[in-house]
Design a binder for this molecule. Structure first.
Ligand code: UGA
Length: 443
């Protein structure tokens, strides 16, 4: 099938590569010049495991072409996936300007298309957007009628950064929001063939499909904030350990073990953005989601909580050398958007602490954000050198290689605050030789 994908961000690029790798003829339309030329050279503009290889392969197979010319590509394809960004405004609401622009341009191209072309919104948008602003723009710019002259659908994505290709190839569900049955039928056929019948496909009205995405991300955020509140409680209960509580809770299949890792809270470009947008939407609807409001408030309190732990260990933080292990919002990515480590560093700098940080992938993104206000180490062991305290802010697997002896030998004071529960405190050396303090743990 000939497919157009608009927007070379995470969702657009990963989806385009996976579809092309499956033998579809895909055109990826990207307007940003820098991004476009990187993509043409086979360089993904962000780090995603396996993506560079896949991009190289589909470009050399010529099943993927990267272009900035929608008008040349859309009429040759039968379906267009719209994967542009929908960033947050200051008040938490969504900025739909990229989506409006894309819909207008797609509409303009549709006017010359004779066949039934299907437009699928893949950007995360709140209920009513696909059939509202997108449909209106498409109809106005094309002079055609949605559901009659062209098809309209919305398909939320559930890709996680760092495992986006895996998630794209092994979805736990494919949600098709259809405005018209013909589009729903075509998408169902596309995905039945793509996943060989192995992924559950659920067809819904577009508004429900739109809400599935927000409800899912808000619920994941809720699980994380819930366990973080339990972690706070554990810290005040003799010999309590939130990791054990979570493990036991997770064995109940009604609860499940995932998203119960207590820590410095959720970061990244999605959970906060989507929970805030849902909250803003619910307020406007007059049905405020108070639970989601609390989830965000609890998450905002994680950095304050860690600062309290640091002060408890070090007293005044002015001039104290603090080693921060991990800068990205989670392991497996160089993305520092909403990263707890960055928020923590900003607060520590206000308190005049001296920061040395290390991350296996995110140093250059952090440098772009923090410049020379902190020192950057070339390895985890260099990072902890002469430090008054070490904070683990992201659970990169390589941090596990640091042994109690390493902290003892290298640090000025062997104090470790494990913000992500990376180390096994049951190893005697951790509790005996070091001052080991961890989120949700009362030794
Ligand atoms: C999230 C969702 O998991 C995806 O399904 C969704 O498609 C994506 O947002 C999106 O809307 O585009 P992602 O932002 O890549 O994916 O990150 P997650 O892996 O969900 O992690 C989010 C944050 O929660 C990270 O900072 C992570 O450290 C934190 N987290 C996660 C915890 O603190 N505890 C946990 O138990 C799990």
């Amino acid at each position: 099938m000939k497919i157009t994908v608009v927007g070379g961000g995470n969702v657009g690029l990963v989806s385009a590569c996976c579809l092309a790798d499956h033998g579809h003829q895909v055109a990826l339309v990207e307007k940003d010049h820098v991004r476009l030329s990187a993509l043409k050279r086979g360089r993904p503009p962000f780090y995603e495991p396996g993506l560079e290889d896949m991009l190289g392969k589909v470009l050399s197979d010529k099943t993927l072409v990267v272009t900035n010319e929608l008008a040349n590509t859309l009429p040759k394809s039968g379906i267009t996936f719209v994967c542009v960004g929908t960033p947050s405004m200051r008040d938490g609401s969504q900025n739909l300007s990229q989506l409006s622009r894309a819909a207008k341009e797609i509409g303009g191209c549709l006017s010359a298309v004779k066949d039934f072309h299907i437009v699928v919104v893949r950007s995360s948008v709140l209920p009513g957007t696909a059939e509202g602003i997108v449909r209106r723009s498409l109809e106005k710019a094309s002079g055609k009628v949605a559901g009659v002259d062209f098809g309209l659908a919305m398909q939320p994505e559930f890709l996680r950064e760092g495992s986006a290709i895996y998630d794209s190839l092994n979805p736990e569900r494919v949600i098709i929001g259809e405005f018209d049955k013909r589009s729903g039928d075509a998408l169902e056929a596309l995905y039945q063939a793509f996943y060989n019948g192995k992924a559950p496909i659920i067809r819904l009205p577009t508004s429900s499909a739109e809400l599935v995405k927000y409800a899912s991300n808000a619920f994941l955020a809720t699980k994380i904030s819930f366990i973080n509140e339990i972690a706070n409680l554990c810290e005040d209960i003799s010999r309590a350990d939130v990791a054990k509580i979570a493990e036991c809770m997770g064995l109940d299949s009604r609860i499940g073990p995932k998203y119960l890792n207590a820590g410095l809270g959720f970061g990244g470009s999605c959970l906060r953005k989507d929970a805030s947008a849902l909250l803003d939407y619910s307020n406007r609807k007059g049905r405020p989601l108070n639970l989601v409001k609390e989830v965000l408030r609890v998450n905002d309190g994680r950095i304050r909580h860690l600062l309290k732990m640091l002060r408890h260990q070090l007293g005044n933080l002015r001039g104290k050398r603090i080693a921060i292990l991990g800068l990205s919002f989670k392991p497996g990515t160089d993305d520092i958007r909403e990263a707890p480590a960055i928020k923590l560093i900003r607060e520590l700098l206000k308190l005049k602490a001296v920061i040395v940080a290390y991350d296996p992938a995110a140093i250059s993104s952090a440098r772009a954000e923090l410049g020379d206000s902190i020192k950057y180490a070339g390895s985890a062991s260099e990072c902890i050198e002469k430090a008054d305290c070490c904070v683990v802010a992201t659970e990169w697997p390589e941090f596990k290689r640091l042994k109690p002896e390493d902290f003892l030998a290298r640090m000025k004071r062997p104090i470790v605050i494990d913000g992500r529960r990376v180390y096994d405190h049951e190893q005697e050396a951790f509790s005996r030789k070091l001052r080991y303090v961890a989120i949700g743990l009362n030794l």
